[in-house]
Design a binder for this molecule. Structure first.
Ligand code: MD3
Ligand code: FE
Length: 205
């Protein structure tokens, strides 16, 4: 398990893109909005099994899932019925700078991992537009991120994501299997109760 020499085609990683001050400002925005658009516990389609990650969204559309209706994007928070809060300006700026895509992001999924949470290998295919990249921002404790190819069961590689890191998934990697194996406790001071937040910016329609 040494260092990897190269990322899969279409994966770009900018370690420490957001400095400590920018991380705090992003976190303050998230906290303010989570107070009115609270984290919910996503449930797997059909089984209703709870995911360990809690979520909310910013933007025109938000990703939700429950037992009855499965994975989808919708314009309203599943519990409050209200529209999602706006995507913060600094994330619009990030998209303009890195995405190479002419239209603005329509969704920002906010994933909150407690130190024991993880996300199994999956593909993101609930969007209609796979031409647009996905941009992700990590905040809080480090994680082990894993990514493979476009078929389940193929070779995978893992690397560490840290607070302030930005990653872009584009082109051939847009439909790659990926997940979060584990969170490394006590690796960041940003979140006072530990855990990790991941923000993903996407085009949906
Ligand atoms: C690779 N989130 O929300 S972000 C997700 O850290 C998700 O919370 C992880 O997977 C997290 O769906 C990973 C990085 C990421 C986002 C989208 C991808 C990697 C991706 C789409 C395709 C391939
Ligand atoms: Fe994903």
């Amino acid at each position: 398990m040494g260092n990897i020499l190269s990322l899969p085609e279409g994966v770009f990683h900018w370690p420490g893109h957001f400095d400590a001050e920018n991380q705090v400002e992003l976190l303050e925005y998230i906290r303010e909005k989570v107070a009115i658009s609270p984290l919910f516990t996503p449930k797997m389609p059909k089984t209703g099994k709870e995911m360990s990650v809690r979520m909310t969204n910013f933007g025109e559309f938000g990703w939700v899932t429950d037992k009855e209706n499965g994975y989808r994007y919708q314009e309203k928070h599943p519990a409050t019925g209200k529209p999602w809060p706006d995507i913060p300006q600094r994330l619009h700026d990030l998209w303009e700078r890195f995405s190479g895509y002419s239209k603005p992001p329509q969704a920002c999924l906010v994933n909150f991992y407690s130190d024991g949470a993880k996300m199994g290998l999956h593909q993101d295919r609930d969007e209609q537009d796979f031409e647009a990249p996905v941009l992700s921002v990590s905040l809080g404790n480090d994680c082990q991120f894993r990514i493979g190819g476009t078929t389940r069961g193929g070779k995978t590689q893992s690397f560490r994501l840290m607070s302030g890191d930005v990653m872009m998934l584009s082109g051939p990697s847009r439909l790659a299997f990926h997940g979060v194996d584990r969170i490394y406790p006590n690796t960041s001071d940003l979140l006072k109760s530990g855990g990790r937040i991941n923000l993903t910016l996407r085009r949906v329609a």
